[in-house]
Design a protein around this ligand. Structure first.
Ligand code: ADP
Ligand code: GLC
Length: 477
């Protein structure tokens, strides 16, 4: 049995802005089921949803701040969670990265440096918790200083750093580094310094014993200039210590047979029941109720990564077709506004829902026929897996985890029942439209479509296999 400290800035259902929370809420559960002693550490944000009891554990003084450690559990599990309570930094309205008005926190570097320092104290068993991990598993830039600071300790635990997204790096001016009171020996071009700035992500990549990322294809892509976001050289240099482990999904939460958020449960044998979810959604979103019209959906952060600009370019042509388009997301104001404009001019065809809505996201997965995910890059992506589980066939670009989880419907894969969606290569409006048209042709052939849905719904995206791969990695350290 390994003792693992899982360092993360979000974990569902406590706090979520994206897929990192889904992974942090489900991978530890899977590792606990494999008999591992895993504990999470995350900041005690004001927005955290606490449904289990919270106990005070200890108080530490770090870099002139008094920090309390509170203990709770990942709701619905036995997995222990330590909340780093420093009201000065975390007790404010907003999410982990933005204030309530959507502006990035001006003191992000300070907030997450404190978080990393506390993770080190816990990892070294200096936080009065009477527990020392064998492995410290860090995630994304917010945890990036932890492996660096741990290299300065004797008898330290081994470290793993998982990249969920190379595009977010936590880069701050060198003056910030000085004000943070961090050890001078980490400040060099082979350390946390990145072209004269402080890079939290680089810190994680340089100092951790092993690097993983969330799909095998992304592990290869990030060693190239196109996807490496400036760190491809470092990643190729460390390639023997880098591997891709595909994310799993929480099979209980995303299960069309038991989902309490949807109006009608169903499985691959009762696919006709799925229709009722579509009707329900059409009613809720004030779209014309029509069980036969193909409904295309998109649920996403509205940012460049997700190919929202491509969708905007396709919309005029899409809206000339006999389809309905349902979107749920939030992000760049410019994307939000342009999407609203389309919704205003075509209220009978498109429903644009700006905001974050977990219940609606389940209803859309259950009710739609097709899920659009034309990402420019996608480290793993979870919605294409949720969609397949709900018989909602994804249209994806061949990149990262999308390439690893969706099998394109071509004659060969249709014949051997492997096809589970539609895959295109280039990130252009033309290729997206071509894939949409291919999907609509098969949608008009009910028997073929049902087979495709059944193929998709039968796929196993549970964490078990991937959790075993993490375990193997921990044992090698
Ligand atoms: P990323 O982490 O890059 O945003 P993923 O596909 O890995 O992409 O995960 C996104 C997660 O966030 C999914 O669980 C998705 O359903 C959820 N999500 C994104 N936007 C919204 C929204 N507006 N409302 C509800 N859930 C959302
Ligand atoms: C990131 C990526 C997404 C991935 C998620 C969880 O947010 O953008 O592709 O699924 O992390 O690993």
């Amino acid at each position: 049995m390994k003792k693992i400290l899982f360092v993360t800035s979000e974990a569902h259902p406590l706090i979520k802005t994206g897929g990192l929370a889904d992974v942090s809420g489900s991978l530890p559960k899977a590792l606990a089921e494999l008999g591992q002693d895993i504990r999470l550490i995350l900041p005690n944000y004001q927005a955290i949803k606490r449904s289990e009891n919270v106990h005070y554990k200890s108080t530490l003084r770090v870099n002139n701040y008094d920090v309390n450690i509170l203990e709770t559990r990942l709701p619905g599990t036995d997995v222990l969670v330590w909340l780093i309570d420093c009201p000065e930094f975390f007790d404010h309205p907003g999410n982990p990265y933005h204030d309530e008005h959507g502006h990035a926190w001006a003191n992000s570097a300070e907030r997450f440096t404190l978080f990393c320092r506390i993770a080190v104290e816990v990892a070294m068993d200096r936080a009065y918790l009477n527990w020392k991990p064998d492995i410290v598993h860090c995630n994304d830039w917010q945890s990036g200083l932890t492996p660096a600071l741990l290299t300065l300790e004797y008898h330290r635990p081994a470290t793993v750093f998982t990249i969920h997204n190379m595009a977010y790096q936590g880069v701050f001016p060198s003056s910030t580094y000085q004000s943070l009171n961090l050890p001078g020996q980490l400040w060099n071009p082979n350390g946390v310094e990145y072209y004269g700035n402080l890079s939290f992500l680089k810190s994680g990549l340089v100092y951790s014993d092993r690097i993983t990322t969330v799909s095998p294809t992304y592990a290869k892509e990030i060693q190239t200039a196109e996807f490496g976001c400036g760190l491809e050289g470092l990643l190729s240099f460390r390639k023997d210590f880098l591997c891709g482990i595909l994310n799993g999904i929480d099979m209980e939460q995303w299960n069309p047979e038991t989902d309490t958020f949807i109006s009608q449960i169903f499985n691959d044998k009762t696919l006709s029941q799925k229709q009722l979810n579509k009707t329900d959604l059409q009613n809720q979103l004030a779209l014309p109720v029509d069980p036969t019209i193909p409904m295309i959906a998109l649920i996403s952060r509205l940012v460049e990564q997700k190919g929202i600009d491509l969708v905007l370019e396709c919309l005029p042509e899409m809206l000339d077709m006999p389809i309905q388009f349902v979107l749920l997301g939030s992000g760049h104001k410019n994307f939000e506004q342009r999407l609203y404009n389309f919704a205003e001019s075509h209220p009978d065809k498109i429903s644009v829902n700006i905001g974050y809505d977990e219940v609606l996201s389940h209803k859309i997965e259950a009710g739609a026929d097709i899920f659009l995910m034309p990402s420019r890059f996608e480290p793993c992506g979870l919605n294409q897996m949720y969609s397949q589980r709900y018989g909602t066939l994804p249209i994806v670009r061949k990149t990262g985890g999308l390439a690893d989880t969706v099998v394109d419907a071509v004659p060969q894969t249709l014949a051997d029942n492997r096809a589970s969606g539609f895959v295109f290569n280039e990130a252009t409006p033309g290729t997206v439209m071509e894939a949409i048209k291919r999907a609509l042709i098969l949608y008009s052939q009910p028997k073929t479509w049902k087979n495709l849905q059944a193929n998709a719904m039968k796929k196993d995206y549970s964490w078990h296999k991937s959790a075993l791969q993490y375990l193997k990695l921990y044992h090698r350290l």
